[in-house]
Design a protein around this ligand. Structure first.
Ligand code: 5RP
Length: 214
């Protein structure tokens, strides 16, 4: 990873941690940026409580001394903090590079605010990445038949037993593609996140941090 990208993850993580209020219930997504958010929260001695989207985030949060709660017990969060792989100017984002997008969407959809934390290199003129998919293992061949071009990811099953794949796709109309994937039997979830969800961006560019509201 480029040193600048790594530096920006730390910078944006510290900025995000500063926005977390003690006593609140916060959802943390997954990925290397979120791991740095957990570390920054630990450094601040945060007294918030955290639901986490992945075993990796749970380990990072516990390692940082944070209080982790069971997402099964909570239906609302004051704030969700998560990264992204790409964010386009119209607010569409691709997530799921780490394969936790199903759980991340559940937490983000249950949050009053979603703070999307990225380095400037994640801001792209248009989405280009293959779309991450989580698929049911049952009937996998039949599901893949609906998804020509999808490539199974060389990765262990998700925490919920799902199979990860990536779909290179025409992304000129992400809403139409998201609707098609939502309607495809066997697709548990995909990594296309709509602008309605991605309203607040915290962007690190070198040492500078911009808090952008869309
Ligand atoms: C995981 C995600 C991550 O937020 C996304 O992949 C960005 O990861 P990183 O912070 O490591 O760059 O969606 O499912």
């Amino acid at each position: 990873m480029a040193a600048r990208d790594e530096h920006e993850k730390v910078v944006v993580a510290r900025a995000a941690a500063a926005l977390v209020e003690d006593g609140t219930l916060v959802a943390l997504g997954s990925g290397s940026t979120v791991a740095r958010v957990a570390a920054a929260l630990g450094e601040r001695g945060s007294r918030a409580r955290f639901a986490v989207a992945s075993p990796a985030t749970e380990a990072a949060a516990q390692g940082a001394g944070l209080t982790v709660v069971d997402a099964a017990d909570h239906d609302r969060y004051a704030l969700a903090i998560d990264g992204a792989d790409e964010v386009a100017p119209d607010g569409w984002a691709i997530k799921g590079g780490g394969g936790a997008h199903t759980r991340e969407r559940i937490l983000i959809a249950a949050a009053d605010r979603f703070l999307c934390v990225v380095g400037a290199s994640k801001l792209v003129p248009r989405l280009t990445r293959a779309v991450p998919l989580e698929l049911q293992p049952f009937g996998l061949a039949a599901t893949l038949a609906h998804l020509p071009g999808a490539v199974l990811r060389d990765a262990p099953p998700t925490a919920d037993g799902g199979v990860l794949a990536d779909l290179p796709a025409d992304l000129t109309d992400p809403r139409a593609l998201a609707a098609r994937l939502d309607a495809t039997p066997g697709v548990v979830d995909h990594g296309l996140f709509a602008p309605e969800l991605v309203r607040e961006l915290l962007i690190a560019d070198g040492d500078a941090v911009e808090h952008r509201h869309r």
